[in-house]
Write a protein that binds this ligand. Sequence first.
Ligand SMILES: NC(=O)c1ccc[n+]([C@@H]2O[C@H](COP(=O)([O-])OP(=O)(O)OC[C@H]3O[C@@H](n4cnc5c(N)ncnc54)[C@H](O)[C@@H]3O)[C@@H](O)[C@H]2O)c1
Length: 248
Amino acid sequence: MINIAVCGANGKMGQEVIKTIKTADDMTLVARIDINNGQFATIKDAKDSVNIDILVDFTQPQSIYENALYCLNNRINIVIGTTGLSDTQIEELKKLSNSTKTGCFIAPNFSTGAVLMMKFAQIAAKYFNNAEIIELHHNQKKDAPSGTAVKTAALMAEVNESFTTGNCSETETIKGARGANSYNNIHIHSVRMPGFMASQEVIFGSNGQTLKIRHDSSDRECYMPGVMLAIRYVSEHKNFVYGLDNIL
Ligand SMILES: NC(=O)c1ccc[n+]([C@@H]2O[C@H](COP(=O)([O-])OP(=O)(O)OC[C@H]3O[C@@H](n4cnc5c(N)ncnc54)[C@H](O)[C@@H]3O)[C@@H](O)[C@H]2O)c1
């Protein structure tokens, strides 16, 4: 049996994870951690009371780095769905996971469709020198751009040097009109409004053609197979992984 603690247990994702864990024959839920009315308010409180094999974190961008540091320093394996970690923080967690030999699995997106969308975008990126990303989320999402958009841009940047090629010199008459300029000039636009859960479109363009690759999530259930896969992976391999694509 894998003893699981869920941090952010009362949130939208935390509740979905708990529902899924309860149906798994090889997992036991040992702690529901949440600063808002959880069985335990902190990871330390839970650790002092129960034996945790893996902690699954779906909290918030402001908390995730501290939570991850605490887990790794205390040899608690961690599966991270929370977005908002910077490249520097991810690199630090990688070092700590390796030095403590504690599992750390970070996935900005656990849905298989989104992972495929990223993969397809990376393939297309070789053939287009112009691309922009539009990500669309519900309006309770705290960070922008989404972790998925950042990861997509990073993957595309691995295979092409610039994605704003041949554009004339641009002036923003309203600041932010061209979105955020990320890796290798990939512009990312973040939409926040009710009606969306999580969607992303990657648009490629060249003379005479455009290509759009789009993924839409309509129910949080879509993340659960990926979360279960990550938990089972971490229970066997105590290493660092960034991205679900690495274990599919
Ligand atoms: N990786 C993925 O596939 C994926 C999918 C959806 C959402 N997310 C990310 O997961 C995170 C959570 O999303 P959500 O929609 O469930 O948010 P939410 O606001 O519904 O839930 C967050 C929960 O965490 C609790 N919390 C906050 N800080 C805490 C802390 N330090 N310790 C314990 N509990 C704490 C809150 O009280 C709340 O109950 C966000 O960063 C979101 O972007 C990732």
